[in-house]
Design a protein around this ligand. Structure first.
Ligand code: SF4
Ligand code: SF4
Ligand code: FES
Length: 776
């Protein structure tokens, strides 16, 4: 077994007589793109399986016509992009695509960035040789965000492909259209590939996979993003603007620790109202996939017209007497550095619950492994072929971790092990080689011990671990040992790279230190490498920059959190501050990358930097702090304005920079003996947000409507009734009950996205608590 591989062998190829280097085994299309050579192509999506729906990517390779999106390069291969026969095929294909395509470009949402328009012009289609009677194709609203216009659909299948291969919902599929049949005589008289493509086109249309009129999906909007024409749009965006009127502002999504690349697309709100408004979010969808929060949760800005001098004076007073700052991870690295400076210069204690739990876990891991940070990033997880997940509700916690787990199954003929107490019906659908363990709450150590038992070189194990491996962990974790052993042989077949993702359940855990040690043992004794999911947006940045405290008393400043004096980007505090879409700065994401974000909307009030200038000292602008981020923690001393923000055509991420990491030899660790009795019994609540909700800002966005409620499996919800009171040891909460039809089992989920609800107080140092639930 080898570690996750990222270094590929290169081969030499010639395209149109010019020599290029390409990754061995790469598709010709990707190799051409990586070398900045253009080959027409519609249906292919990088990172997804080729579907051969469009056939436009035809090229000649070593004298044979092939589809460049599914033919692989070979050493010495000679490729011709345009031959007379191929040009004839491509032109015929575009003529076919244009048959019966409604002439509504003047009002179509895609106009100006439509691939049908672009390729029609590119291939110089100025006449039409084909025709067929049209059939009525209905427009549909598939969900609260998705609008599908079948009349505009060219059935390229990009939407169905991204939904299956990347997102994992497989919520839409091609289905029978019932279009008119082609005249058989065309078969011999028109170019062959154009005929086959047209034949298929007449027969298919896109529809929800569940056979109803509505998609049961996570409303991520990736299908909208990849649609080359105006067939799939978001209902909120439809008919609101022309694409060319929008200004694209490159940024980092601020909602979870994925820190995805986004563009805020803005223009003035209307002819009368010239204030800038965000009309939509777009992304480099070939290289990054957003979730519904990133795509639709953008209108959370804090509109402030003028500086409130009185409130600012009170803020200075508050900072001068403050003993504590209570903040969360929706904060830039620069602001985190400001808070750390306040701690150093004024002794103010810093409280950030989720970042502190993660920081402690990282330091336990660092001590036990010698690694300054976890060794894998999530792109490497995606490149692995055996992926495991412990301690994260994958569907809800972090979209990139979930997409990686799914993508490994779909693209790398992968296998997966999923350990989580809350049963999930979606994860097993990602692939055939997945085993799930809905283990008892508290048995996360057993999951890690089982991984050690499966993958470790026994000679490299410390005796404290070796002594514990007699246990039948499969049975202990709720599996069937005989069945598992049989499927494991199949799962491990031809597998070479092994990745383990761990999540927040382990950081908020009574045995966090022991769990971190077990992870270190996994890395030192096996070829499994580990990636950690930071709990919230910039928890990793905060954990690296700030010296956080466990508890503190005294006069408290709340920074988007509760406090005696509250700074709020939600407009409900004692002093306004800008929201993330109004700020310049950097964030540190789960991929260990420091990425820039830019101002999308104006803000005319005060910032934390203004306070710093009064209370201690500070550069003129927030981004003056960027070169001073701590280099001993892996940051670089670079100016904000010199940070790159894009991808190369080869898909290489060129956003900001990667944190530098170090590794030293660690001493042999001694782990605690696993105690089965640690498991929680009785009614259990789990601190976990519904999909698309991460924080107060997603909650504020008008297209994110998932409620602050108790989420339960259908059976549990029925037993609970409509509204319940949940009693914790330290307080209680009354919530409506919402059915999550992908949850299984009895554990209920209580969200933490509303900071005012103080959910962390109720759950304390664990994500799970035993509770009493009563119908009200
Ligand atoms: S809806 Fe768009 S992406 Fe989906 S098949 Fe039709 S044209 Fe392609
Ligand atoms: S919104 Fe996302 S999950 Fe729903 S159909 Fe589109 S790609 Fe699939
Ligand atoms: S891009 Fe290759 S067949 Fe469509």
């Amino acid at each position: 077994m080898s570690e996750v591989q990222t270094v590929e062998n290169m081969v030499s190829i010639k395209i149109d007589g010019i020599e290029y280097k390409a990754k061995e085994g790469e598709y010709i299309l990707n190799a051409a793109r990586a070398n900045d050579v253009f080959i027409p192509a519609i249906c292919y999506l990088t990172r997804c399986s080729p579907t051969l729906a469009c056939r436009l990517c035809l090229v000649e390779a070593d004298g044979k016509q092939v589809y460049s999106c599914n033919a692989r390069v070979k050493e010495g291969m000679e490729i011709t992009v345009d031959t007379p026969a191929i040009l004839e095929e491509r032109r015929a294909m575009m003529e076919v695509y244009d048959v019966n395509h409604p002439l509504q470009c003047g009002v179509c949402d895609q106009s100006g960035e439509c691939e049908l328009q672009n390729y029609t012009l590119e291939l110089q289609v100025d006449s039409q040789s084909y025709s067929i009677p049209d059939t009525k194709r209905e427009t549909k609203n598939w969900s609260s965000v998705l609008h599908y216009d079948a009349g505009l659909c060219i059935v390229c299948e990009r939407c169905t492909t991204v939904c299956k291969d990347m997102i994992g919902d497989a919520a839409i599929k091609t289905t029978k259209r019932g279009g008119a049949s082609l005249d058989k005589g065309l078969k011999g008289s028109m170019p062959k590939d154009a005929y086959s493509m047209w034949n298929k086109l007449q027969k298919s249309i896109i529809a929800p996979s569940n056979g109803t009129e509505h998609t049961n999906c996570s409303d991520c909007g990736e299908c909208v993003a990849v649609c080359p024409v105006g067939a799939l749009v978001s209902r909120d965006f439809q008919y609101t603007t022309n694409a060319w009127d929008l200004k694209k502002i490159p940024a980092t999504c601020a909602h979870c620790s994925s820190g995805c690349q986004i563009y805020y697309e803005t223009k003035p709100a209307s002819i009368e109202d010239r204030t800038q408004k965000i009309f939509r979010i777009s992304n480099e969808w070939n290289y990054v996939s957003l979730c519904g929060a990133g795509r639709f949760g953008y209108d959370f800005e804090n509109r402030v017209a003028t500086k409130d001098e009185e409130a600012f004076a009170k803020a200075i007073e508050a900072f001068n007497k403050a003993k504590v700052i209570h903040f969360n991870s929706t904060i830039t690295n620069e602001e985190a550095l400001m808070l750390q400076t306040l701690k150093e210069k004024k002794g103010i204690k810093l409280i950030n619950r989720e970042a502190r739990a993660f920081q402690r876990f990282l330091s336990f891991y660092n001590k036990a492994s010698g690694n300054s940070l976890y060794t894998l990033d999530f792109k490497q997880v995606m490149a692995s072929d055996f992926v495991m997940s412990v301690g994260s509700s994958l569907r809800n916690d972090n979209p990139n971790a979930r997409y990686a787990f799914n993508n490994v199954q779909k693209m790398n003929k992968g296998a997966g092990l999923y350990f989580h107490p809350v049963g999930d019906m979606l994860v097993p659908t990602f692939g055939k080689n997945i085993e799930t363990f809905a283990h008892k709450v508290g048995h996360e150590e057993a999951a890690l011990l089982m991984i050690i038992k499966l993958f470790a070189d026994q000679d490299k194990l410390p005796s404290s671990v070796k002594d514990q491996l007699e246990t039948d962990f499969v049975a202990l974790l709720g599996g069937d040992t005989a069945k598992f052993e049989k499927s494991l042989t199949k799962m491990l077949k031809k597998k070479e790279s092994f990745a383990l993702m761990v999540g927040e359940d382990l950081y908020f855990h009574p045995k966090a230190e022991n769990l971190a040690k077990l992870i270190a043992v996994i890395e030192t004794s096996s070829s499994v490498r580990v990636a950690m999911i930071p709990p919230k947006t910039n928890s990793l940045g905060v954990a690296l920059i700030c010296d956080l405290d466990d508890s503190a008393d005294g006069y408290t400043i709340g920074y988007n959190e509760t406090g005696d004096f509250r700074l709020s980007a939600l407009g409900d505090g004692d002093l306004d501050i800008p929201a993330m879409n109004q700020q310049e700065g950097t964030l540190t994401n789960m991929h260990k990358r420091v990425t820039p974000t830019n101002v999308a909307l104006e803000y005319h009030g005060y910032t934390l930097n203004d306070i710093m200038r009064e209370v201690v000292s500070a550069p003129k602008y927030t981004i003056g702090w960027t070169p001073h981020l701590p280099t001993d923690k892996g940051f670089q001393a670079v100016e904000f304005d010199s940070l790159p923000n894009g991808y190369t055509n080869a898909g290489v991420e060129n956003r900001g920079y990667l944190l530098s990491t170090t590794s030293t030899d660690a001493e042999e660790v001694s782990v605690d003996k696993f105690e089965e009795s640690i498991a929680l019994e009785g009614d259990i609540a789990y601190r976990c947000n519904p999909q698309r909700q991460f924080n107060d800002f997603t909650d504020k966005a008008h297209q994110i409507f998932e409620e602050f409620a108790l989420y339960a499996s259908p059976a549990r919800a029925e037993a609970l009734g409509k509204k319940v009171e949940i009693e914790f040891e330290s307080g209680s909460l009354t919530l409506d009950v919402i059915v999550d039809d992908r949850m299984e089992g009895d554990i209920v989920a209580v969200p933490d996205f509303k900071s005012s609800a103080n959910i962390y107080e109720l759950f304390g140092e664990s994500r799970y608590q035993t509770v009493t639930i009563k119908e009200v």
